[in-house]
Write a protein that binds this ligand. Structure first.
Ligand code: BGC
Length: 350
């Protein structure tokens, strides 16, 4: 069974716990604060374990930090232009916390909430159910949202996330996980030598504020073509305006498979030095690949080393950014009586 320990206390006295679990060769530590993956350890080709996810050693650092290390993101992952969108004939105004836009649910998103945690062991699986209620109007979003996220470690060491949410009033939902990966180990340097493949022939180009223009652009012949495994560093210094806007990759790929009832494999990340691999399968239609562009050497991670630009990367399964303002994108609207469901599976190898 997962092991619970006190991790720290918030300034108002609320206790935050860590939950450690292990199965199939994968070791995971999760915090009740932000449903944060505080560490995820997997072996390399020689069986040597390393924590491959960026994070902090203390609660104070998570509270002070702003990079969303390992966090569960909601109510809306990624950006909503100018923090407003039309919904059923009215305009909703949500918290603006990223220039003129709203990012990752607003200033106090799900990454800054304390979740209720219930451990389980079912057959060969070990995991945690995490619960959160987001009040009607919180961060500007309409409807009371009841969220249940399940983190499961399977007998094969896969880390599976099942998201579920219901509302009492029409709202928008787009949940994701914001783990920064470095398969050579957090704090070990740049991920530019990792190879990545993404099963997507198109992506959603953005404006200077990283809001999608609405266009679905072919990746063919551009730095965004990851259909065959490619080193992350190969094209990242290209002069493509899209790369300059984001200081690297920070875009949504339109997964070829679209929305699916079951998770389908969409991406593979490989670190040639350690041999570690990460495969991602999802039910979602989009994948945000963010190459850690805004890490600037000012945050010191779990192992005591500073994180610089490109020292970790995120692969966030999602609906497309700014969907509430883009009628041509798959809908993120959730109505009373419906259940939002989404699944993403991370499988590891070496
Ligand atoms: C976004 C980046 C943002 C980062 C914050 C990513 O999901 O795509 O634009 O800077 O989160 O850590």
């Amino acid at each position: 069974m997962p092991v619970k320990e006190l991790f720290g206390k918030l300034t108002d006295g609320t206790e935050v716990h860590s939950w450690s679990l292990e199965n199939g060769g994968t070791r995971l530590r999760v915090l009740s604060y932000g449903a944060i993956v505080q560490s995820l350890e997997i072996p390399d080709r020689h069986g040597r374990y390393e924590n491959v996810s960026l994070g902090f050693g203390t609660l104070e650092d998570y509270v002070a930090g702003s990079a969303y290390f390992g966090a569960l993101i909601g109510r809306y992952g990624n950006r909503v232009a100018e923090g407003r969108f039309p919904l059923d004939g009215t305009v909703c105004h949500i918290d603006v916390n990223d220039g003129a836009n709203s990012l990752h649910g607003g200033a106090r998103g799900f990454d800054r909430r304390v979740w209720d945690v219930e451990p389980f062991e079912t057959g060969p699986d070990v995991g945690l159910h995490l619960y959160l209620t987001s009040a009607d109007g919180e961060m500007g979003y309409p409807g009371t949202l009841s969220v249940k996220v399940t983190y499961t470690l399977t007998r094969d060491g896969d880390w599976r996330i099942d998201y579920e949410a219901t509302t009492d009033r029409t709202t928008v939902v787009n949940l994701t996980s914001h783990v920064y990966w470095n398969l050579a180990g957090e704090g070990s340097g740049s991920v530019h030598d990792h190879e990545l493949s993404i099963a997507a022939a198109r992506c959603t180009p953005v404006d200077a504020g990283l809001i999608p223009t609405g266009e679905l652009a072919d990746v063919e012949g551009t730095p965004f073509d990851f259909r065959e495994p490619k080193e992350i560093g190969r094209d990242i210094r290209g002069a493509d305006p899209q790369l300059l806007y984001a200081k690297g990759f920070d875009h949504n790929w339109v997964l070829d498979k679209g929305v699916t009832a079951e998770p389908v494999r969409v991406a593979t990340l490989r670190d040639p030095s350690s041999g570690r691999t990460l495969g991602i399968s999802t039910t979602e239609p989009g994948l945000q690949f963010y190459s850690g562009n805004f890490l600037d050497g000012t945050l010191v991670g779990t192992g005591g080393r500073a994180y610089r630009q490109g020292d970790g990367l995120c692969l966030e399964t999602q609906h497309f950014p700014d969907s509430p303002n883009q009628p041509s994108f798959p809908s993120t609207v959730l109505r009373a009586g419906q259940t939002y469901r989404s699944t993403t599976v991370h499988c590891f190898g070496a």
